[in-house]
Design a protein around this ligand. Structure first.
Ligand code: OGA
Ligand code: NI
Length: 357
């Protein structure tokens, strides 16, 4: 079995191109994409009150008279689900509109044009796929484009598309307009559970941010494939933007999958493993996956917020009650390496850090 390099992934076929050849009436999808788990088990959709993705209004959090009530909703979302959708988030419509338009345009180019930005060996940035570590592993029905967007001196412009002409500018604008947002949300989250935010905020202050654009082609046998395998995000907060109006995100709660009905104007906020460990389990990192539409493409962008590089992942003292530490310590870099050199595996990586009580 071939080993993935520490920071790279084995090369896999381009799924957008593959979808064009195997979506004909008589074609079958290759076995490597057929996933029995995709259609096994019930998926709960159309649930009332958006139980799988509660709506949190940033304006209400910010206004003195409504803040307390909104914080109660926020606390419940962070403790029970690990995901919510944020409305009135303050990122200008124009910035989001330009960014979405350019992403759609980028992916609609011929394969050769996109391949100019292909990942290079031992490098996660660029166009391709991640988390592929063995030649016989099942594959996800999707392509990705990953860029480090912050700090700006770590941007590797070799991978920053020059078409459409405004793309670099629209990525930059989206990145700067969301810059303060994760900090602001995190501050409310910590206050909502009655703790002091300084220590936790300090761990993410001015740290790296990475952007993953996910392209999920349609598949006529959509119930046999998965766009993105079940996983939790290893980092702090993730802001997820659904680029076109095709739904596909699902979260797991109490052993069941729930579809997320993403609102057009919302940003989806995911809690990652780092926040679960630092908060000693007060925040829940959410297991999620992406499914595929039978005849429409789906595009999303995940913006990951990394903690400081030399972090030792361990519950912060202020979240430890009665001496009960729920997670063992591990260097964050080792944790991340574990994630990037293995197949996505639901919430198992985090479960291994949990201490028996
Ligand atoms: C991710 C992710 C979900 C989606 O990129 O980590 O979970 O809906 N994406 O594309
Ligand atoms: Ni994710």
């Amino acid at each position: 079995m071939a080993e993935a390099k520490v920071n790279g992934s084995l090369a896999v076929p381009n799924v957008q191109a593959l979808a064009e050849t195997c979506n004909g009436p008589d074609e079958q999808i290759p076995q490597r994409y057929v996933r029995t788990e995709a259609s096994s088990g019930e998926v709960i959709s159309n649930c009332h009150d958006n139980v799988a993705a509660p709506i949190i209004d940033l304006n209400k959090l910010l206004a003195a008279q409504s803040s307390e009530e909104e914080c109660v909703k926020l606390r419940s979302a962070c403790q029970n689900l690990g995901l919510f959708q944020l409305i009135n988030h303050g990122v200008p419509d124009e910035v989001i509109g330009n960014f979405k338009r350019d992403i759609v345009e980028f992916f609609s180019q011929p394969l050769d044009a996109k391949k100019e930005y292909s990942q290079l060996p031992n490098n996660l940035e660029g166009y391709g796929q991640v988390f592929v570590v063995s030649e016989d592993q099942k594959l996800d029905w999707g392509d990705m484009m990953y860029l480090t967007v912050h700090p700006s001196d770590l941007r590797d412009l070799r991978f920053w598309p020059t078409y459409p002409a405004s793309f670099r500018q629209s990525i930059d604008a989206y990145s700067s307009e969301t810059k303060g947002l994760a900090r602001c949300i995190l501050e409310f989250m910590v206050k909502a559970i009655g703790a002091e935010p300084e220590l936790l905020l300090g761990i993410f202050e001015e740290q790296a941010r990475g952007m993953r654009m996910n392209y999920y082609p349609p598949c006529k046998q959509a119930d046999k494939v998965l766009g993105l395998s079940p996983h939790t995000d290893a980092t702090g907060l993730t802001l997820l933007l659904q680029v076109n109006d095709v739904q596909g995100l699902q979260i797991k709660k109490d052993g069941k999958w729930f579809s997320v009905n993403a609102l057009n104007d919302a940003l989806i906020v995911n809690i990652g493993d780092t926040l679960e460990v630092l908060s000693n389990g007060k925040f829940r990192s959410v297991e999620h996956r992406a499914v595929i539409h039978p005849n429409k493409e789906r595009i999303s962008v995940a913006l990951f917020h990394y903690p400081c590089e030399n972090l030792v992942l361990s519950p912060l003292p202020e979240f430890v009650e009665d001496g009960k530490v729920h997670y063992r310590s591990m260097r964050y870099q080792d944790f991340l390496k574990q994630m990037l050199t293995a197949q996505l595996d639901g919430k198992n990586r985090l479960e291994k850090l949990k201490l028996e009580q």
